[in-house]
Each structure stands twice: as structure tokens, then as C-alpha cells.
Design a protein around this ligand. Structure first.
Ligand SMILES: *Cc1c(COP(=O)(O)O)cnc(C)c1O
Length: 481
């Protein structure tokens, strides 16, 4: 058996094998829209670039490898067949969302979930309540003409009874986000998976997790935690525009289907490919090429994002002008108890090298007399788990929240996340402003709530920037110049 390689190795080599004819170590960019046939319908693998393209295929095999195997040989991975799972890359994360929403309503004959009665049209999605704004808009409004019905549920509050009651005989998909946006909550994933797997396996709804906020570096829900547990999801969806790109310069999205479900429901991939091709939601090969390059540094970037975010979240929690700090990796966070369970085998491995011990025991590490500028102190704060933080500025008005954002020298006021540069935004007035007032209230998205995408700049510079802007926003004189 060939040597099995880890995440970081595969992120650099899968889909990037040296060119067999020239030896080029960077794969060629394939820009052709159409491909020569050796006879009528005798294809060499591709016919037209909307339906498939070599550069896109290279990116898809890379994503499949990272999302579905903790360990695999790089040489075997490049030639895997779909029984090991498969990925589809779309022009954006939103195009991936559109395809999966459409798949729910598509007839079984076409490879769809069948809609209401198997023949297509209608059908039901049960979704967590604070999903990405664009997802809520697509599921609740754009897809309405297809008859799709959606229930948004606070799954944590609903508990087992509430979740079971919300499921219908035509529920085809459970839509989850981990963590949710902007509140960074983690739905009870194990419970949801247990409920779904208690139903007949041929007809049970599939579980989709949008894992954009963590990337496959931190979270791989298609991989089972152990041989006797179900994977937490059947399909992962990702906006590659965020951490996978990492440089705020590419828009792309993906769906990855788990090996288990690819073999038990072979029609699923057929249906998704059919939709990807017929909806025209294809990515540019140039973007795919750039994305392959970006993913080669995903591991190193994500480690630094996580270390910075853990330290910044503790720093903010200690500031008297700040309240409601949310970072799932911080020991005081409501979701912390789930983090160790969810952490990908690969992130665990990287963190163990940095001295983290699992199972993590915060009591073992006392914070007394440790230099706060050390890895030892950072380990006492919790576990790095992505780079997103949400917090509120205490008693701040919308104007003060805005002043905080414009006072920042390093972090940039802008939507989106996941780039090497820190970005800050006010969900109430920006990403979530289209939600009805009652929903904003119910979710506790207030005008003083700030979402921070922590970049990989120097920690001290970021901390200084945040403290100075907080003081300026609340009219406090700045001790620091
Ligand atoms: C950005 C984002 C999307 C949409 O992706 P695009 O690439 O912008 O279309 C979906 N889900 C989450 C969680 C996101 O952050």
C-alpha cells in the first residue's frame, strides 16, 4: 500500500502533479471552451467547458481529497473514482446553494431528491435559523417558484422533540451552518445526525453543512470521528471565496458529496452534475487555477488565523468596553464543549505539534505567572477554531459602532471574511440589514454587534488597533498614541 499523506501535503500536491509532457511543476491552465473528439461522441474526457474542464477537475479532485479523507496517497488521489466521494465547483458559493436548492425540487428521474412526491416540484428543507444572508434569501425567496418550502429553526432551542416535529415526510435536506453567521453558534450536530440516521436510510433527508467559516482545515464533517459513528454530514458546501481563496480576490463555491452517500445514492452526483451544467453556474478555469494556488497555503494560513483569533477574542473579552464576545474556541464560549469533537483530525495534529493536548483540559493550564505573549498562555485560553469573532461594544449606538469601524487603522471596514487581511463589519447595518426587524431582534443582532474576520497580521498590531478604536468610539482618551 502506498504511503498515506496528510492534509498539508495533499493540499499542495493533489491536482498539481508535474505536467507529463513538459515536467512543469505548476499545472497548465486549460482555457479551451471545446475539445476535439476522436469520433462522434468519442471523448477524451471533456466535450465543452461548461460541463467540465481539466483545470476545474484538478480543483475538484483537490477538494474531494481534503474534505473526505484524513489520510490518502497523493498519487492515488489524483485518479480516484466517484465512489470515494466527489466535488463540484461552481461560479460562486451562491451558485452552489442554488444548485442544491434546485436539486431538492428536481424529479428522481433526473437524479434529484424528488420534490414533494418524487416526481419533482416542491419538497422541504429544514434549516438552522441564522444562516448566511444570501442563503436565507435564496431558500426563502428566489427558489419559491420551484415550490420549495423551508422551515428555519433554532435547533439548539428546539431540542430532539422540536427537530423531529419540524421534519416532514417530504423533508429532503437539513441545511446547517457551522458556526452560524454572525452569532457563531454551533447547532447540536451529533443530535441532528442521530435523528436523521434513525430514519429509513433510503428515504431519510440528507444533511448539508456549510463549513465556509472553518474551511476543511478545521472542520471535515464528511469524515467519521470513529468507525462506529456516522459522519455529521452527507454534503459539505463551501464559499471558496473566503478562507480557501484567502486573499479576497476570487469568487467560487463548491459542494462535496461524501463517499458513503456517493455510493448509496449514485443518482445524487448525476443530478448535481446535470444541474451544474444546465444552470450554467460554471466557474472560470482561470479562477480555478488561482484557487488551486491559494489552497496550497491553506494550512499555514489557518493555523495563524486561529492563533490570532483565539488571542484577540480573549483580549476583547477582558476589555471593559466589550460584551458578548463569541469565539467557539474560547473556553468560556457556549459552544466550546463541542469544539474538540468537531476539530478535524488534521487541525488536531497541527495543534498537538504546538503543544495542545487532547482531551483538552483548561484546568490543567493555570494562567498565573505566564507571559501573555507566549504559546503557553495562548494554550490556556482554549483551542484555535477558525478566525471569526463576534462581539458587542457595550452600550454603543449605531454611530459609535460605525466610528469604531472607521477608526481602525489596520482592520478594514468591508463585507466578507477569510482573507489574510483583517476585516470588520456591522451585521445589523450591512450583511444582515435585509432581515425583518423581528428576526434581527430574535437573533439578537443589535446595532452595536461587530463581526471581525481576524487576519494573519501581527497580533500586537491588531490588538493595539482594536483597543484604540474602541476608546475612540466611546469617547475615551487613548493612553496609546
Ligand atoms: C460568502 C458565503 C456564502 C456565499 O458565497 P459566495 O461565494 O459569496 O457566493 C455562503 N455561505 C457562507 C457561510 C458565506 O460566508
Amino acid at each position: 500500500m502506498p504511503r498515506q499523506d496528510h492534509f498539508s501535503t495533499r493540499s499542495i500536491h493533489v491536482g498539481s502533479e508535474p505536467d507529463p509532457s513538459t515536467g512543469a511543476v505548476v499545472p497548465s491552465l486549460s482555457v479551451a471552451t471545446t475539445f476535439k473528439q476522436d469520433g462522434v461522441n468519442k471523448l477524451r474526457g471533456y466535450d465543452y467547458s461548461r460541463s467540465g474542464n481539466p483545470t476545474r477537475s484538478a480543483l475538484e479532485s483537490l477538494l474531494t481529497s481534503l474534505e473526505t479523507s484524513p489520510l490518502a496517497s497523493i498519487s492515488e488521489d489524483a485518479r480516484r473514482d466517484v465512489s470515494q466521494g466527489d466535488s463540484l465547483v461552481f461560479a460562486s458559493g451562491s451558485a452552489a446553494t442554488a444548485a442544491i436548492a434546485h436539486w431538492v425540487t428536481l424529479s428522481e428521474d433526473e437524479g434529484g431528491a424528488g420534490g414533494k412526491d418524487g416526481k419533482g416540484y416542491g419538497g422541504h428543507i429544514l434549516a438552522v435559523n441564522d444562516v448566511y444572508g444570501g442563503t436565507a434569501r435564496y431558500l426563502a425567496r428566489t427558489s419559491r417558484p420551484t415550490g420549495l418550502e423551508v422551515t428555519f429553526l433554532n435547533m439548539e432551542k428546539a431540542g430532539e422533540k422540536g427537530i423531529r416535529e419540524a421534519m416532514r415526510s417530504d423533508t429532503r435536506l437539513i441545511w446547517l451552518e457551522v458556526p452560524t453567521n454572525p452569532l457563531l453558534l454551533v447547532p447540536p450536530l451529533r443530535l441532528i445526525s442521530d435523528i436523521v440516521h434513525s430514519l429509513p436510510s433510503k428515504t431519510r433527508p440528507l444533511i448539508l453543512i456549510d463549513s465556509t467559516f472553518l474551511s476543511p482545515f478545521y472542520f471535515t464533517p464528511l469524515i467519521s470521528a470513529s468507525a462506529d459513528t456516522h459522519p455529521l454530514a452527507d454534503i459539505t458546501m463551501s464559499s471558496l471565496s473566503k478562507y480557501s481563496s484567502g486573499h479576497s480576490d476570487i469568487i467560487l463555491g463548491s459542494l462535496t458529496v461524501s463517499p458513503t452517500i456517493a455510493s448509496s445514492r449514485p443518482n445524487l452526483l448525476k443530478g448535481l452534475r446535470f444541474l451544474q451544467n444546465s444552470m450554467g453556474a460554471s466557474p472560470s478555469p482561470r479562477d480555478c487555477h488561482l484557487m488551486i494556488r491559494s489552497i496550497k497555503t491553506l494550512s499555514v494560513r489557518m493555523v495563524k488565523h486561529g492563533l490570532n483569533a483565539l488571542r484577540i477574542s480573549a483580549f476583547l473579552a477582558a476589555n471593559p468596553l466589550v460584551e458578548r464576545v463569541r469565539y467557539p474556541g474560547l473556553t468560556s464560549d457556549g459552544a466550546f464543549h463541542q469544539v474538540q469533537d468537531l476539530l478535524s483530525p488534521n487541525a488536531r495534529r497541527e495543534l498537538e505539534f504546538l503543544g495542545w493536548k487532547f482531551p483538552y483540559n483548561p484546568k490543567e493550564s493555570s494562567k498565573e505567572n505566564i507571559d501573555t505573549n507566549s504559546l503557553e498562555y495562548t494554550r490556556s485560553l482554549g483551542i484555535p477554531f477558525g478566525g471569526m469573532i463576534t462581539f458587542a461594544i457595550k452600550d454603543a449606538t449605531a454611530q459609535e459602532a460605525e466610528k469604531f469601524c472607521t477608526e481602525l487603522r489596520i482592520a478594514i471596514l468591508a463585507e466578507s471574511l477569510g482573507g489574510v487581511e483583517s476585516l470588520v463589519e456591522v451585521p445589523y447595518g450591512m450583511t444582515h440589514s435585509h432581515l425583518p426587524q423581528e428576526t434581527l431582534k430574535e437573533l439578537n443582532i443589535t446595532p452595536n454587534l461587530i463581526r471581525l474576520s481576524v487576519g494573519i497580521e501581527d497580533y500586537d498590531d491588531l490588538a493595539e488597533d482594536l483597543e484604540r478604536a474602541l476608546n475612540a468610539a466611546k469617547g475615551k482618551s487613548n493612553g496609546i498614541a
